[in-house]
Design a protein around this ligand. Structure first.
Ligand SMILES: C[S@@+](CC[C@H](N)C(=O)[O-])C[C@H]1O[C@@H](n2cnc3c(N)ncnc32)[C@H](O)[C@@H]1O
Length: 272
């Protein structure tokens, strides 16, 4: 399939799925390969023929929706964000929870991929902060709509490439090397509750101290769906809680109850 054909198809299809083309520009090859496989399965000659199928068969849109799921992730992605979480955000949230006599800091990873994001958070807590806050535990709900990703998260087995951003001491403390693979130690899985769920259908019925929603809604969704997702995130953030986006993302509206975390990009706090 020619790149230009796939681009034209995506520019037609994405708005119908409430997504936006610019988010897919750099990662489109992954989506185009999946669409190519679908054409073969349906024995169709090209994307124009596929478009005609979509125009008469509403159910086929769920296949395109799944083809548009981008699953790239890695441990300690956007290092500066994790450093800010370690140095100022989590200590403040921990102090806030202790003041409220809570026993756990409740966190949410929306679009957790193969576990890289929630497991990085678990490592950060256990290796760096838990000794300072021994009475407080961290609980991380980690959601993804892709069952293959969740299966990989449950396996907790990674190649060096996805771990190479981690501080070396963390890598040594958190993984056992078996052949060429790195297997996550059980201790770092204990805080993480993996769940199959689509953020467009809502979020678990809690208010979280910390929500990570990175490289998903605010990259791939169109503006109205970004705003709906933001309203949902606001509803599920505890007073004084923090929302973290991807390093290249920002909120779709200026007028929100979130204020930027001083000196940090992509980190926002709700008023107390
Ligand atoms: C690009 S990855 C980002 C992973 C991680 N948050 C990070 O920043 O490294 C996006 C993840 O979100 C998941 N995802 C996409 N749409 C979703 C949805 N509507 N609900 C839940 N998860 C979704 C994908 O399966 C994928 O694992």
């Amino acid at each position: 399939m020619k790149d230009s054909e796939c681009v034209a198809f995506l520019q037609w299809a994405l708005p119908r799925l409430r997504m936006r083309w610019p988010g897919f520009r750099k990662v489109r090859r992954q989506v185009c390969r999946r669409l190519g496989r679908r054409l073969k399965q349906l024995n169709l000659p090209d994307l124009d023929a596929y478009r005609r199928v979509l125009e008469r068969d509403g159910a086929e849109w769920s296949v395109v929706d799944s083809a548009c799921v981008i699953t790239i992730s890695r441990f300690y992605r956007d290092r500066q964000i994790w450093d800010t979480l370690k140095e100022s955000v989590l200590p403040l949230l921990a102090a806030q929870s202790i003041e409220r006599s809570e026993r756990a800091l409740r966190c949410l990873s929306v679009g957790c991929a193969s576990g890289e994001e929630p497991y990085t958070l678990s490592m950060l807590w256990r290796l760096e902060l838990a000794p300072r806050f021994p009475k407080l535990r961290l609980r991380i709900d980690a959601l993804d709509m892709d069952s293959h990703m969740l299966e990989r998260a449950r396996r907790g087995t990674y190649s060096y490439g996805s771990l190479k951003g981690l501080p070396e001491e963390w890598r040594e403390a958190a993984f056992k090397k078996i052949g060429a693979k790195f297997v996550l130690n059980d201790t770092f899985r204990e805080d993480v509750y993996l769940q199959s769920s689509d953020v467009r259908d809502g979020l678990p019925n809690y208010r979280y101290d910390l929500i990570l929603c990175r490289n998903l809604a605010f990259t791939y969704y169109d503006l109205p769906l970004q705003k709906e997702t933001l309203a949902l995130l606001i509803k599920h953030t505890a007073p004084g809680g923090v929302l973290v986006l991807g390093a290249h993302e920002s909120l779709p509206e200026d007028d929100t109850p979130f204020v930027s975390w001083a000196g940090a990009k992509a980190i926002y706090r709700l008023a107390l």
